[in-house]
Design a protein around this ligand. Structure first.
Ligand code: IPE
Ligand code: IPE
Ligand code: MG
Length: 246
């Protein structure tokens, strides 16, 4: 059997909850609630097919500019998600992590989140990373601040700074860069997600609204990824040219 080249790390911009609700004449919060069900489905499916890391954009730095009742609903759903998902994380040995300016989250949510992160820290299955209060530019700024502090302390010389230095100061430096980035809801933009990490990530954009995104949709995205040739700036291989690529 041909060796599958499954993506090791999938990142998803989960978009379209609000439009999904509006289309059905429902309040936006019910779109977010349906979105949480999709998260649970996709986490389970990812772990089942052997994906090693899944990073979900759940709340951006810019989402703080939404009305406070929507922010409240989202934080409440996050609390609920953590409680509901913990048994699945135990069953499937899923390790929970979070990236972002987490100190901006409400205290109770942060405590619950940190508890779940601690409890699952030794799990060796899928690494599920939630991007919360997350912005790609903010992450790079935070990394620069930490590097600058090391320079100031005399631990690093400016000319020693290279890509690996900056990468080592990101929120989750040990996670590999995503192989595949999926965005739902038809928007064709990055919206400040993982700017540093996606320099060579394959993009997969789908019209499906996040609450409608199914396990089959995930499998379709993975299969499409497996058909692509990643070149990283190099020339196409003879084999791929023969297959009509390049
Ligand atoms: C994505 O759904 C969830 C978050 C950004 C928190 P949206 O709430 O952005 O849904 P649309 O884009 O308005 O449909
Ligand atoms: C991106 O979606 C953020 C998340 C999915 C958490 P948005 O709905 O906030 O993005 P824009 O505003 O359409 O770019
Ligand atoms: Mg949106």
């Amino acid at each position: 059997m041909e060796q599958r080249k499954l993506p090791k790390h999938i990142a998803i911009i989960m978009d379209g909850n609000g439009r999904w609700a509006t289309l059905q004449g429902l309040p936006r919060v019910l779109g977010h609630r349906a979105g949480v069900e999709t998260v649970r489905r996709i986490v389970e499916a990812s772990s089942e097919i052997g994906i090693r890391a899944l990073t979900l954009y759940a709340f951006s730095s810019e989402n703080w500019d939404r009305p406070s009742n929507e922010i409240g609903d989202l934080m409440h759903l996050l609390d609920e998600f953590i409680e509901l998902e913990l048994p699945t994380m135990r069953k499937n040995s899923i390790r929970l992590r979070a990236i972002g300016r987490l100190h901006l989250l409400p205290e109770t949510t942060l405590v619950r989140l940190q508890r779940a992160i601690q409890e699952t820290a030794q799990h060796d299955g899928l690494t599920l990373t939630l991007a919360l209060s997350y912005g790609g530019r903010q992450e790079i700024v935070d990394a620069c601040r930490r590097v600058a502090a090391e320079v100031k302390a005399g631990a690093v010389e400016p000319q020693q700074i290279d890509e690996s230095t900056l990468a080592a100061h990101l929120y989750a430096p040990d996670l590999p860069d995503p192989d595949l980035l999926i965005r739902t809801s038809g928007e064709q933009r990055i919206s400040n997600f993982l700017l540093w990490q996606i320099s060579y990530t394959e993009l997969y954009l789908t019209q499906k609204l996040w609450p409608d995104f199914s396990k089959q949709d995930l499998l379709d995205a993975v299969e499409e990824y497996e058909r692509r040739e990643r070149r990283f700036g190099r020339r196409a291989t003879a084999e791929s040219l023969a297959n009509g690529n390049g």
